[in-house]
Design a protein around this ligand. Structure first.
Ligand code: UGB
Length: 600
């Protein structure tokens, strides 16, 4: 108590909060007043940030942690009483008649959508020193993920302008984008946006919301951990992407979007260059089925390291269709309906589709639900125990939560579903370092590296053109960083060119022939129309807004570009993918004045 005289009321309240939840150990070595007083205040200020950043404050965090650590120690199975079953959802075949209808339905909705990019995670697994949204998704145009995302949103906005709801808000910001950042990514994300003038978006269209880290825990009594090198600082770690719900709830954004007539919120991740190929169709499914929660999924191989959508029924009658993390699904199946666990069906895939964490919620129901829960998402803890007694940890742990667990708090009556697209068109994340990618490759699994990310981006665009009637040279094997990936024509269709398959088919497809896998075709601009083109080499067509360019009977043949392997001494951006592009010769058709043009 003698120590307390030097603190403000708030500082003393913080000390009381910590003492009130068994954290006496944090103060046991504090010297008498007059020594380290500023450090003590610094400590209390940090504790106050953690307290404010967690629903219910640190006391709630400690209470939750005690319960979860107890369950973990006793080996309580979170699935006790739950029986899994194969869920039924909507499977969409890209470019099918049904898909085209769903996309046009989705394009009528997208003007009423808001987008949320969760980008607080660091790229540890990737071994990249920057923020993942700054990574180029391909080196032909060097567009980074954030640029691709924002320009995709602007392209959707431009086409849905006619459908925009009558805005009550004075400033029509079009389709808003919220980006969840963390201490690790906030400053660099803001800097990336400001350096690039928000990639063409209005400043007020993009809102950054920062998630706070949570204190680490040193033992089963949920004692908060101090930093080894600084006894006046709590050790903290990210709480997981599940924070996004509480952050949206407290940010006021949901009310602002509601007032602007928005009806949907679309959540997506920091590295998936294909997501905007499938968003219009998935939004169409949400609208058509009335889903208050729609998970985008891809076919998933048994045991593949991504969450699986599973229907769970409890002995007490509760039922929910939720994500089950891959490491939990196999034991759950073995203990209930299938002694062989998670195995592929006759189509060579697991009957439990893969959750790729691109989620669509209906805004009004989402707001109502968050008003009830404050955005608090079911948490889990994963301590690394020293030994089987499970009484001590090898290193401090912390509570985590996942954004895809939102539906666990919904009533069973809520209309929840999922939409499955093929991997080639919906999912190409960049999560693994080159070294980890080799392990995945040798195991016959997708590598999810920068190498696969770039080639899959080109491959998807080439395949979409093929589905639209183009003749595209077949991919050849390309090896880099000790993995082999298919590498076909390097096609980059800028978001401004087309937002849906139907729109794209009206501008390119039949009459387009790319005769070599090493060719490159870069198209930018809504006004470009390729009627007949034969390409063997590299061709860039760029049309500014208002420039209408018709390519008819054009034949381009040049030395094109070479994709050359690079060594471990290459710059990080190149080292991650294992190659550089040598642009020997490029035909460039650039139209920077509005008008009508025919080429040649
Ligand atoms: N992220 C945050 O914004 N904040 C955080 O605290 C943590 C992450 P990871 P993860 O795509 O196949 C997810 O680390 O979490 C952002 C699903 O749980 O890339 O290991 C981060 O910036 C899993 O079910 O992935 O696995 C990134 O944008 C499966 O869907 C995003 O959250 C898996 O993704 C995901 O973080 C997948």
């Amino acid at each position: 108590s003698a120590n307390r005289g030097i603190f403000t009321a708030d500082e003393n309240a913080m000390i009381d909060k910590l003492l009130g939840c068994g954290q006496d150990h944090l103060f046991s070595s504090w010297p008498a007043p007059g020594t380290d007083d500023d450090d003590k205040r610094r400590f209390l200020a940090q504790a106050a940030v953690c307290d404010a950043g967690y629903p219910g404050g640190i006391a709630q965090y400690v209470a939750n942690a005690k319960k979860l650590l107890q369950d973990s120690k006793e080996g309580v199975n979170p699935f006790d009483g739950w029986t899994p079953a194969v869920p039924d959802g909507i499977v969409v075949e890209y470019a099918s008649k049904e898909h085209v209808e769903l996309e046009s339905e989705g394009m009528r909705e997208v003007g009423s959508a808001a987008f949320v990019l969760v980008a607080g995670g660091l790229g540890e697994r990737l071994g990249y020193s920057g923020i993942k949204v700054e990574l180029p998704c391909e080196r032909s145009t060097d567009s980074c993920y954030l640029q691709l995302y924002i320009q995709s949103i602007l392209a959707l906005q431009q086409r849905s302008a006619g459908e925009m709801p009558a805005h009550r808000s004075a400033k029509d910001v079009g389709i808003p984008l919220a980006i969840m950042t963390s201490d690790d990514t906030h400053a660099k994300t803001l800097d990336l946006l400001e350096r690039n003038d928000y990639f063409g978006a209005k400043k007020e269209q993009v809102t950054l919301v920062k998630q706070e880290k949570v204190p680490c825990l040193t033992n089963n009594d949920a004692h908060l951990a101090l930093k080894d090198a600084d006894p006046y600082a709590l050790q903290t770690k990210p709480h997981g992407h599940g924070d996004v719900h509480a952050l949206l709830h407290t940010s006021g954004l949901l009310d602002r979007w509601s007032a602007a007539g928005k009806k949907w919120v679309v959540f997506f991740q920091d590295t998936n260059s294909l997501v905007f190929r499938v968003v219009p169709g998935a939004l169409g499914v949400s609208k058509q089925k009335g889903f208050v929660f729609n998970s985008l999924c891809v076919p998933r191989k048994a045991k593949e390291a991504i969450g699986a959508i599973t229907e769970l029924t409890h002995t007490d009658g509760r039922k929910m269709t939720v994500n089950v993390e891959y490491n939990q699904l196999d034991p759950l199946l073995r203990a209930t309906i299938n002694k062989d666990g998670d195995v592929n069906n006759d189509k060579g895939v697991s009957p439990f589709p893969g959750n790729i964490n691109q989620l669509i919620v209906s805004l009004e129901e989402y707001k109502t639900q968050l008003a009830k829960t404050g955005g608090q998402i079911e948490e889990f803890v994963n301590p690394k125990y020293k030994d089987a007694s499970k009484t001590a940890f090898k290193s401090p742990t912390r509570l985590e939560c996942m954004m895809q667990d939102y539906p666990k708090s919904l009533d069973a009556s809520a209309c929840v579903g999922f939409t499955v697209f093929d991997n080639w068109v919906g999912y190409s994340p960049v999560k693994n370092s080159p070294a980890d990618g080799v392990g995945k490759f040798e195991g016959g699994n997708p590598t999810h590296t920068a190498t696969s990310g770039e080639m899959e981006f080109y491959g998807c665009a080439a395949k979409v053109l093929e589905l639209a009637g183009a003749e595209m040279a077949a991919p050849v094997d390309f090896s880099a960083n000790d993995i082999v990936v298919p590498s076909g024509p390097k096609v980059v269709l800028h978001p401004s060119f087309a937002c849906t398959f139907e729109e794209l088919k009206g501008k390119a497809g039949k009459g387009l022939k790319v005769t070599s896998a090493s060719s490159a075709l870069i198209v930018e601009g809504a006004g470009v129309k390729i009627e007949s083109l034969e390409l063997d080499g590299a061709l860039v067509i760029k049309a500014c807004p208002g420039a209408f360019v018709t390519v008819k009977n054009l034949k381009v043949s040049n030395k094109g570009w070479r994709f050359e392997k690079c060594g471990a001494d290459a710059p990080e951006i190149d080292r991650l993918r294992g190659f550089v592009i040598e642009k020997d010769e490029t035909e460039e058709l650039v139209f920077d004045q509005p008008g009508a043009y025919t080429v040649p």
